[in-house]
Design a binder for this molecule. Structure first.
Ligand SMILES: [Zn+2]
Length: 60
């Protein structure tokens, strides 16, 4: 089982119908909308230091 990076749900990579590849890594999703959200902004879900993303007020 792997985790759907968007909603955090467990997804079985053997049966998952929704898969995306980003930076050479495969990601699996529970449904099409999670996949769409991921593909819109994969960085948001793959960059562990993205906590600050969005506030845009400084360089940190
Ligand atoms: Zn999901």
């Amino acid at each position: 089982m792997v985790k759907d990076p968007v909603c955090g749900m467990n997804v079985d990579e053997k049966t998952a119908n929704f898969k995306s590849e980003y930076m050479g890594k495969a990601y699996y999703f529970c449904n099409q909308s999670c996949k769409a959200v991921f593909e819109k902004n994969p960085k948001r879900f793959t960059d562990e230091h993205s906590e600050h993303e969005g506030h845009g007020c400084c360089c940190c």
